[in-house]
Structures are given as C-alpha cells and as structure tokens.
Write a new protein. Structure first.
Length: 528
C-alpha cells in the first residue's frame, strides 16, 4: 500500500534519518515496515524567526494488512492509470509543423514525437550554443540580432532565465513537465521543492537534450528559419512560407511564437487571424543586496546552506491598479532583453547556484486596453514600444539601460550610483526613469514602496537600484481559440503558449503545448 504523509516538520539541519523517525511516529509502526520513503514536497516555513523549519510531504510503501492510525495527515495513494491517447482519423497533409522552440513549442513537439507524429519544428533564432554567443555579443557590444536574442532562439524566452518552475495553474500535466525537465537533466529537487528552479546554466543543456530526443524520435528541428507567411485555402491553413524560401506544406500548424514576435503577430493579423487586446504590466527591475533579502526573510538563519538565497513576492492593490513584484531572481542578473533595435527591455535571470551579489525582481504595475489609446487589436504592442524607445533614449541612444537609485526615482532626478552596483548584463547610464514610463505607473510604484518596505525590511533602501524598462511581462494580445484549440476562423492553426495569451511562464506554456499535442493526436491519424 502506498501512503502520502503530510505535515512532517523538521529543523534546517535534519536529514533523511529524522524524516524516517517522524514517519514512524506518524504511522505508529516500526521502521522495518516502511519501504521506499521519498520526498514529494518540501517547503520552507519562515513565519517564525528564529525557528525556520522545513515542512515535508513524503510518500512511502507499507505491507498490506498493517494497521494505520486514523490521522488526517495520512492518505492512501491510489494508482491512477494514464488515459491512453487514441489517434484520430483525419489525415495530416505532410507533417505537423510547430513554429517556436520555447516551452510550449518544444513540449508540443516532444509529445507528438513520442506518439509517432514526427513533427517539424522551426525557430527564427539559433541553436543554444550559437544563441549564447550572439546574446553575449549584444550584452558586450550593444549589437542586437533581431532574430537571435534573449526572446528568440532555442528554448524560447526562458532559456536565459532563473528557470523558476512555479505556476498558479492547477493541471495534472504540470507533473509531466517537471518529470520531463528532470529526465533531460534538471536537478532532482525540481520534483519536490515547492518553488523549484533550474537556472540558466542547466536549462541550456536541458533544452538541447529535449531537441535531440525529438530528432531521435524522427522529428526535424530547423533553426535560423523564420515563418514569414501562411498559405490559406478556403479558410483553412495549408502551409507556411519561411525566410529560407521554403514552403512547408501542412494543414496542422502550431503557432508557439511567444509574446515578442511582433512582426509575426502583424503578418498573422494581415492574413485574417483574429487578435484581441490583453492586459499586462510594465515597470522596472529593482535590485537589492541579496544579503538584505536573506536577512529580511530568514533572520538569524540567513546564509544557512539548506535555505539558499531567499526570494520574495510583493503585492499592493490600489484603487484601479496593482503594483507587484514579478519574476524575482535571487542572486541573479538583470538581463538586457530587447528584440527590436533602438529599444531597452529588462528581465531577470539566475544560474542554478543563485550566488550573485544582488537580488532582482520586476516591479510592475498593471496596464490594460484603456491605457493603449486605440482599439486596434495590436495596440498593446505599440504601447510597449513607446516606453522601450524612451528607455533607449534615456540611456543616451547607445544601448545603455537607464538606471536610478530608488531615492532619486522618488525625487524625480537622475542622480548617480550608490552602494548597489548594477547587475545588468549590458551597459548602463544614470537617468530619470520617471521619463520612460507613464505617470500613473510611476505613481503606483511610489505609492506601493512604503508598504513593500514594511513587508521586506530594507526594501525601500535609498540605494536600491532601478533599471528600466520592464515591458514584456506577458503577451499584449490574445488569439481566440475554439474548444479544439484551433484559431477561430482558421482551421488547422493552433495558437499556443504565452504569445497567444494562454500561458504566463515556463510551466504553463509547456502545459499549453502538451494540451495542443494531445488534441492533435486525438484528431489526426499518425502520419505515414
Ligand atoms: P517563447 O518561449 O517566447 O518561445 C517562442 C519561440 O518562437 C522563440 O524561440 C522564438 O524564436 C520563436 N519564434 C517567434 N516567431 C517566430 C517565427 N516567425 N518563426 C519561427 N520562430 C519564431 N518564466 C518562468 O516561468 N520562470 C522564469 O524564471 C522566467 N524567467 C524569464 C526570464 C527571461 C529573461 C525571460 C525573457 C522570460 C522569463 N520567463 C520565465 C517567461 C518564460 O520564458 C515564458 O513565459 C515562456 O518562455 C513562454 O513560452 P512560449 O513557448 O509560449 O514562448
């Protein structure tokens, strides 16, 4: 019999032996009756300082017939058979095509490949090794490649990231995502930590391993290949034209293009694909010394090796806006993330160890269609562009990101650097970030600051460093789908992931890709 035991509480220095002891106490049986004890979930309870603890859920097996005491923390785990995926009978012309190797595209491709569908996957950007070289060149010299950058290329937008695998969606496919990442090289702990993360150094290997597996299963992955047009006949998709001048004939196309493929959105819009405006958030990256965040969150236990670098999540609801922290990267870097010339865009990343000096997080404020100025479905993109170009200008029109001490930001003056040095991957210049964002956004950020400082002691330190601007928090558009996940009015086109407005983050994008693969399998026969 397999059991799940929850609410097992240990100190920071306790190990497997203590877990076994507590399992024995909870079950009220002898240790030699317990087999295969495994951690299912580990979270940190830092509400009481001192006295930070780990809270575990663990699974184990016991022999049938052993009496188990009645305890709400003990549950029998039943084996649930995965529902078989039975292929449909419609015919695919050619092979299914996936545009994009981000989490939604690669997971869609993996599931199709695992089921014999041999997908073709294209990405406008380069393979991860070449992509890393081009991205580092941009960070060093300011020369941007508009097809291979932090947004575009193998692994998609999340390749240069913290690789946080937390999500707010509740879908059983999330486990599949974690298991596959683990199978392709992510550390064991992503399977049980409550806030798992991979880190960009490991993630790069993982995405390359996934691509090689798809190829091994008969799929084809083409890099430096951009979809530049779609062919339509009688309202149905029948192929995609690429910039390598090849036409890929197919009646099944998954558009997993991410939230930054503005030219591709425009092409699809001009071809009659329906788009809707969608709210998102804009603001800045804020950096603090990681040691300050550790002390605020863990008190005396700050620096304990079992805890690692602390994170935070902040949220301040105002009358009609919300200011909040987003995509926090402990011990990380602020990433120069533009995908268009003459723009500055920030984001954050960390390596697995999260051992850089600064903690960074986006500090953003919600914006929506009423702010975009027109009802054009792509107006949100134009809205992002305005602030990205103002940031470029504020940085001296030479690919320097504008940076500002928090105190100077509050007082609307450019100022200079303080004790927190920029952890930005490119060059920076001191400037007034108030000039790169709408006043209602900077006012909301300022209003929230006193509250955030109460939640995280020291958050409002005068030298905290802001870098502008953060505009790509989620997609500014949504492509409406029907109940078989096809684009409304265009049979055969499957808009997927974050760019289409169905995900926000690595795991939810991957889950959306899996959902679409499963739908394609249910609809179409395995191509011969
Ligand atoms: P994307 O990952 O954006 O992939 C889209 C792909 O499509 C790209 O590779 C692009 O090159 C390709 N493409 C676009 N247009 C075309 C075309 N016309 N032809 C061919 N290919 C095309 N999320 C988290 O959950 N945790 C994090 O820690 C995290 N950190 C992040 C850090 C950074 C720096 C960034 C930029 C994002 C981060 N995110 C994080 C967000 C996360 O990366 C995205 O939510 C996720 O990647 C979306 O997946 P996707 O597959 O929908 O799209």
């Amino acid at each position: 019999m397999k059991l799940l035991l929850s609410n097992i509480i240990t100190g920071l220095d306790d190990g497997q032996k203590e877990l076994e002891k507590l399992a024995v106490q909870k079950l009220k049986i002898k240790l030699n009756n317990i087999k295969n004890l495994k951690i299912v979930k580990q979270s940190v309870d830092a509400r009481k300082k001192p006295g930070i603890r780990f809270v575990y859920s663990i699974s184990c097996e016991i022999n049938d017939g052993i009496h188990i005491s009645d305890n709400p923390d003990i549950r029998i785990l039943k084996h649930v058979e995965e529902e078989p995926l039975n292929p449909g009978d419609r015919q695919i012309t050619g092979r299914p095509l996936i545009i994009g190797t981000g989490p939604s595209g690669i997971f869609c491709g993996l599931i199709l490949a695992q089921n014999g569908y041999k997908p073709v996957i294209i990405d406008r950007g380069s393979k991860v090794e070449e992509r890393t070289r081009k991205v580092e060149h941009y960070w060093k010299c300011g020369e941007l490649d508009i097809n291979t950058n932090v947004q575009f290329g193998e692994g998609g937008a999340g390749t240069f990231s913290d690789g946080k695998l937390t999500t707010r969606i509740n879908d059983s496919r999330c486990d599949k995502v974690l298991q596959e990442y683990h199978r392709f090289g992510a550390p064991d702990e992503i399977l049980y930590r409550s806030k798992p993360h991979i880190g960009t150094d490991i993630l790069k290997r993982v995405v390359a391993n996934m691509r090689m597996e798809i190829e091994r299963l008969g799929g084809t992955v083409l890099f430096d290949t951009k979809a530049i047009d779609i062919n339509i006949s009688d309202g149905k998709l029948c192929g995609v034209l690429t910039d390598t001048h090849s036409n890929i004939d197919t009646n099944v196309v998954v558009a997993a293009i991410g939230h930054s493929a503005r030219d591709t959105f425009e092409m699809l819009y001009n071809r009659g694909v329906p788009f809707q405006q969608k709210p998102f958030s804009i603001g800045v990256r804020i950096e603090h010394p990681q040691s300050l965040i550790n002390t605020a969150q863990y008190g005396e236990a700050s620096g304990h090796p079992a805890l690692g670098a602390a994170d935070y999540q902040l949220f301040h609801k105002q009358s009609n806006r919300t200011a909040y922290s987003f995509c926090m990267c402990p011990g990380g870097l602020v990433v120069a993330s533009a995908s268009e010339q003459n723009s500055i865009v920030t984001n954050g990343m960390s390596e697995y160890k999260r051992d850089r000096e600064n903690a960074n997080s986006a500090l953003v404020v919600s914006v929506g269609p009423s702010d975009f100025g027109t009802s054009h479905p792509l107006a949100g993109i134009e809205f992002q562009r305005i602030w990205e170009r103002l940031a470029y200008k504020a940085g001296g029109s030479s690919n320097h990101a504008p940076v500002q001490r928090l105190e100077d930001f509050m007082d609307n003056r450019a100022g200079g650097l303080g004790s927190v040095k920029p952890g930005y991957t490119g060059k920076t210049r001191c400037a007034d970030i108030n000039e790169c964002l709408p006043k209602y956004v900077t006012d909301s950020m300022k209003e929230a600051m006193a509250y955030f400082d109460k939640r995280i002691k020291g958050f409002g330190m005068k030298d905290a460093l802001l870098t502008g601007v953060e505009t790509r928090t989620s997609s500014p558009v949504r492509i409406p789908r029907n109940d078989t996940f096809e684009c409304i009015g265009m049979a055969g086109l499957y808009p997927a992931g974050e760019g289409a407005g169905y995900a926000g983050g690595i795991v939810s994008a991957a889950v959306d890709g899996i959902k679409i693969a499963q739908q394609i399998i249910k609809t179409y026969a395995v191509p011969r």
